[in-house]
Design a protein. Structure first.
Length: 448
């Protein structure tokens, strides 16, 4: 299953054992994803105290709770790409019964709407959850406690209503929609609403002053399934993390997933280490950004996060209500592999040709007093500042017509690059995003 070095595997197991012991977790499962597949998994403790010698495996089902939101968000964005909604659509356009006006889909996806956290009725006290009709009626009675985009405020209520939007626009239940759109294409066969009857972890609460776990109830969330009703396994979540690193168009385009991973609002205003995109937590650890989500239900605490540039992900599944941070555990596993057992970079391979019209364009040009080096890689024009950090990708250009290019990635993405030539065909200037580029460094206006 794995090509991770044995020494690193031992270190990963040690992380699980230390976290399980310190957190007093009855049964903890961890996994690492690399190269688009489950590369390592381990289990510590017991999936069920009825079988204390049977640790959880990559096929043990846990309630993943709010990780369900990421699938709801992907379904919403797929509907957007199909033209069935826009991110600027308001709730009352999509759900005419709504009495709350002006709340947009973008605000809902990024927890920036200002709506209250939970459905009305003290659902986590009485442990009764609304059906679809009750959800919409309760939405109208719910309070908008903040101004839009004023501050991050997490809302299970809002994501439940996004599930209702999915159902109405897709003409089938939320679960049927994500089955068809996500679970079946990605072969996530053990990701279900509630437990599916296969190997599963039992949920417990471990009291602070004793070591005797108390069984937690298995809840049915009704219309809240879209915000937290799914169960899954490390094996299935590995497929989900691999998709987030390298999406397939059958589910969602890469451009749209990239859009979802752009920060919409900062959740951590003290250190700027946690932001939120369109459905995803964006967790910054040093120079790396991890994309994913955590989840918590009675007896089950989980988290899955992927470093998209490398495709390395960590997964943490724990069967206790009061567990160690699932985000910290998942990312600790991923970071251990990234730091101690990195994949070798691809070897450089020579190109085969340089487009004739670019021959005289290559080299150093100056704009705003600064140099940019224009070069060709595999027949494609690129530009890079010599002072740019090594991790900064170059600007990449796509030819539109003779001497006209579009920046398709990197600096000034979307902007035009226009080449102006002398009568003998020699390039004399470039205009990139309208800014002048010349062979010699010039002050503004000096060329006039």
């Amino acid at each position: 299953m794995t090509d991770i070095a044995q020494q690193t595997q031992t270190a990963l197991t040690r992380i699980l054992v230390e976290r399980q012991t310190k957190g007093r977790v009855p049964g903890l499962a961890g996994a690492v994803v690399r190269d688009g597949r489950l590369a390592w998994s381990g289990g510590v403790g017991a999936a069920s105290l009825d079988a204390p010698d049977a640790p959880p495996t990559a096929d043990t089902q846990y309630l993943i709770a709010s990780q369900s939101k990421t699938l709801t968000a992907v379904a919403i964005m797929a509907l957007r790409d199909e033209g069935k909604l826009t991110l600027d659509d308001t709730v009352e356009k999509l759900i005419p019964e709504s009495k709350h006006e002006g709340i947009t889909v973008r605000q809902m996806l990024s927890h920036a709407s200002g709506m209250q956290r939970e459905p009305v009725g003290d659902v986590w006290d009485v442990m009764r959850f609304p059906d679809r009709a009750e959800l919409v009626a309760g939405w109208n009675d719910a309070e908008r406690i903040g101004k839009p985009h004023h501050r991050f405020h997490y809302s299970n209520l809002v994501y439940s209503l996004l599930g209702e939007i999915v159902a109405r626009l897709d003409g089938r239940s939320w679960y049927e929609s994500i089955q068809a759109r996500i679970l079946q294409p990605l072969e996530m066969r053990r990701t279900t609403v509630g437990m599916d009857g296969g190997p599963a972890a039992s949920g417990y609460y471990v009291p602070p002053f004793s070591d005797v776990p108390v069984p937690e109830p298995l809840l049915s969330l009704g219309a809240l399934d879209a915000c937290g009703g799914l169960a899954s396994t490390a094996g299935d979540l590995a497929k989900w993390m691999a998709f987030l690193a390298d999406p397939t168009d059958e589910v969602l385009s890469k451009d749209t997933l990239d859009e979802m991973c752009q920060p919409q609002i900062m959740a951590d205003l003290d250190r700027w280490q946690l932001g939120f995109g369109l459905g995803f937590m964006l967790l910054r650890l040093g120079e790396r950004i991890f994309v994913g989500h955590t989840g918590g239900m009675p007896g089950h605490i989980t988290g899955s996060f992927v470093h998209r540039p490398s495709g390395v992900a960590g997964i943490a599944l724990m069967n206790t209500t009061s567990a160690p941070s699932p985000a910290a555990l998942a990312t600790d596993l991923a970071v251990k592999v990234l730091d101690d057992d990195p994949v070798l970079p691809s070897a450089w391979t020579p190109g085969t040709s340089v487009p004739e019209e670019l021959t005289d364009v290559l080299g150093t040009w100056f704009t705003e007093g600064q140099p940019f080096v224009f070069s060709v890689r595999e027949g494609t024009l690129e530009a890079r500042s010599p002072s740019a950090a090594d991790y900064t990708a170059p600007a990449v250009f796509e030819r539109l017509s003779t001497d006209l290019y579009r920046t398709v990635s990197g600096r000034e993405t979307g902007e035009l690059l226009r080449i102006t030539r002398a009568p003998d065909g020699t390039p004399v200037k470039l205009n990139w995003a309208t800014y002048l580029c010349t062979r010699a460094p010039l002050a503004f206006g000096q060329h006039l």
